[in-house]
Design a protein around this ligand. Sequence first.
Ligand SMILES: Nc1ncnc2c1ncn2[C@@H]1O[C@H](COP(=O)(O)OP(=O)(O)OP(=O)(O)O)[C@@H](O)[C@H]1O
Length: 339
Amino acid sequence: MTAFLELRHVSKVFSSGLIRKKRTVALDDISFSINTDTPSVLAIAGESGSGKTTLGMMLMGFLAPTSGQVLYKGQDLHKLSRADQMEFRREVQAIFQDPFSVYNPFYPVDHVLEVPIQKFKLARSRAEARALMEEALSNVGLQPEETLGRYPHQLSGGQRQRIMVARALLTKPRLIIADEPVSMVDASLRATILESLRRLNQEFGISILYITHDLTTAYHISHDILILYRGSIAEAGDVEQVIQDPQHPYTQLLVDSIPWPDLDHTWGQSRLKPTNGKMVDGPGTGCKFADRCPHVMDICRRESPPYFQLSPQRVAACFLHQGAPTVASDAIEQVFARA
Ligand SMILES: Nc1ncnc2c1ncn2[C@@H]1O[C@H](COP(=O)(O)OP(=O)(O)OP(=O)(O)O)[C@@H](O)[C@H]1O
């Protein structure tokens, strides 16, 4: 079966600095696919600098890979015909971190909804366009009469973000890529926005790729999770298994630093030191986590770990699980519950 969207051995290397060029490997040979036939919510998680945003930009076609391919329904995303490009833009919608930057302060917020209606010719008359906008706003829990006609600064951050969700919904997409959609809003609104994303998945059958550094929200709204560490997949699979019983020492570090409300769960007792986002690229051999890992073994410095399959619904790239069967690097999505 041809996947809806697929990363095939994708790497992305950024070069920066004018005199001494610094190379950053933001993504390192990543393969996985997203199938929309059984719509699910997949979280991409990892600390700052792990490559989450680069991965999202790659899947949206905003960045081209340094090597490897991004395929949309089997075709190279960067070689689509105009008609297929249009279809891709309609079927894959994005919601970003800071909705304010998307709004033009001189136009009422209606404008951000009108643009896709015009671009994708979704309505034949003004009345039809208005009805579509009202329907989309209601679907994300906003009152159309209290929202349309207002200017961006007259709405709260949460309302602006929900309008972005409504906008994504207008084109009836098959996949929504949401990159840290709730990091700029306060805690009470976070739940509402995440709830509207979950509804889009359940009621409208839209697949969601939820990019976040926050494992708690990922746990609440996702079916599956993919943990990135310095551009590589450390662990992936069913979100309950990965978060409740992490098997990669890096996932254990992330889970240990969650302030769980559960009193039985001791918090902050991590034995590992976070790098505070500072990622140093070492030579390309061995496990990238070796320097921070309390369980490091000789093999970890010599070889890159393959994906060891620990259950039908989970893999971890860690030599602690040597002996478990391995999964090919381009077949990881088989562990996702709804693959
Ligand atoms: N345009 C760029 N030029 C140079 N380096 C870049 C560029 N974009 C990203 N990087 C680097 O690539 C790595 C991955 O960045 P990315 O933004 O994908 O991480 P992230 O996991 O989304 O982080 P955050 O949670 O902080 O947004 C980082 O080391 C970052 O500094």
